[in-house]
Write a protein that binds this ligand. Structure first.
Ligand SMILES: C[S@@+](CC[C@H](N)C(=O)[O-])C[C@H]1O[C@@H](n2cnc3c(N)ncnc32)[C@H](O)[C@@H]1O
Ligand SMILES: [Zn+2]
Length: 154
């Protein structure tokens, strides 16, 4: 599926590159689709090369998918503006204004041994991000359906 979302990838000055909206994106709009990307199989995420582990998304217990597209440069926030529908599609959870960074919560897809010290700076930052199993129930409820279907039955 080709998505016609106008974004730019540029340095964030905070944690490498990031993805920024070049137009207003409406709530519910699809932003990126990982389908068609390269699939990796591993016992645990950290068995994969670091470049893959840091950019691919998990979609089954032992499977990750990477992409050549801008999706691999989208950063994490503990107060994100986008989330997952199905296993592969990122969508806007609220209206995203032109110029805003597109951010999702990596625990919406990941549930392995991969970990990251979060620098999102949000007041409710969870500090160490990596496994859906550690996502608080209150956060799961806030995201409602925007969590990968490999982690929750919807
Ligand atoms: C999917 S990549 C995102 C693109 C990445 N910024 C880049 O330049 O390649 C995930 C990596 O970005 C960085 N990152 C993303 N969100 C972050 C956050 N909230 N705090 C700290 N680092 C973050 C971490 O290095 C993480 O391993
Ligand atoms: Zn955070």
């Amino acid at each position: 599926m080709i998505l016609n979302i106008d974004v730019e990838v540029r340095k964030t000055g905070k944690y490498g590159k990031g993805v920024f909206a070049k137009r207003n994106i409406e709530k519910g709009e699809l932003i990126f689709n990982w389908e068609g990307g390269k699939i990796y199989t591993a016992e645990k995420c950290l068995d994969l090369p670091k470049e893959i582990a840091d950019h691919a998304i998990q979609f089954e217990e032992h499977k990750w998918i990477d992409t050549n597209g801008f999706g691999r440069y989208a950063n994490h926030s503990c107060n994100p503006n986008s989330g997952f529908t199905g296993k592969f599609k990122l969508a806007a959870m609220r209206e995203i204004k032109k110029g805003e960074e597109i951010l999702w919560d990596y625990e919406m897809t990941e549930n392995s041994n991969w970990k990251m010290n979060c620098k999102c700076g949000e007041k409710d930052c969870r500090k160490v991000i990596g496994a859906y199993n550690n996502m608080p129930e209150s956060v799961r409820q806030k995201y409602n359906r925007y969590i990968s279907t490999w982690l929750v039955k919807q």
